[in-house]
Design a protein around this ligand. Structure first.
Ligand SMILES: C[S@@+](CC[C@H](N)C(=O)[O-])C[C@H]1O[C@@H](n2cnc3c(N)ncnc32)[C@H](O)[C@@H]1O
Length: 217
């Protein structure tokens, strides 16, 4: 990486950090600070395969959604490892049919519920899609809805991801059009092995973050 790119990444990081603080403040949310799972109440053995809590940057979230550009009200949004709920709330503002978060850390689910209540209380005029936050290991979630946008901000390693992807392809009703957003796609080969088609790739997006979007349709 040359020094120009390095400087650009540093500035982009600072800009994102400021935007994250600004939007959390603007919407009365507490989603920003990272959390190590060692300090959390997690009952699942999958913890050894997990990545700690870090929220998707607001700017990156909207960049991805702009690229995907679907009729949101015809799709469900499902965040595997939903943490403090930032993406759930943003997806709900976009107008998805239903928004579901699966998160195995109880304390993070509680914070996500508080964030949801705070948004509903402080911004009653914003219409939000129904949001369900499920305190569960992603392995035990079997999507039953038709037409889904599955969201993965690199929440776990390949051991868990492989099973979760299998559930996502086995359980939705026949004819379901499904999209898979994968930020920091370290195990993209698992999507390819399920014959999911890569349709969008963002390179060097927000200080070198890569994103891939796959679909079954
Ligand atoms: C990188 S954070 C992403 C948070 C959120 N999706 C976002 O993009 O803002 C990953 C989250 O996945 C959760 N997680 C990791 N393994 C999990 C599992 N097996 N089941 C449910 N949640 C899990 C972690 O607790 C953490 O909150």
């Amino acid at each position: 990486m040359n020094s120009f790119t390095k400087a650009k990444n540093v500035l982009s990081k600072i800009y994102d950090n400021l935007l994250n603080l600004k939007y959390d403040h603007q919407f009365s949310l507490k989603t920003n600070s990272s959390v190590q799972l060692i300090n959390m109440e997690v009952e699942s053995e999958s913890i050894i395969h997990a990545r700690h809590y870090q929220a998707t940057h607001y700017r990156l979230f909207f960049k991805i959604m702009n690229q995907l550009n679907l009729p949101w009200n015809k799709f469900n949004f499902i965040d595997f490892g939903s943490g403090k709920g930032r993406c759930l709330l943003m997806a709900s503002m976009l107008g998805f049919k239903k928004v579901i978060g699966i998160e195995f850390a109880k304390d993070l689910c509680e914070t996500a519920e508080e964030n949801k209540l705070s948004l509903q209380k402080n911004f009653p005029h914003i219409s939000l899609s129904p949001i369900e936050i499920i305190n569960e290991d992603a392995l035990n979630f079997f999507p039953k809805t038709k037409n889904n946008v599955f969201f993965f901000y690199n929440p776990f390693d390949g051991v868990i991801l492989k099973e979760v992807l299998q559930n996502c392809s086995d359980y939705p009703p026949k004819g379901s059009r499904d999209y898979y957003i994968y930020i920091n796609p370290l195990r993209d080969y698992l999507f390819e092995s399920l014959r999911l088609k890569e349709i969008i790739k963002l390179e060097n997006s927000n200080h070198n973050k890569k994103v891939k979007i796959f679909t079954n349709s």
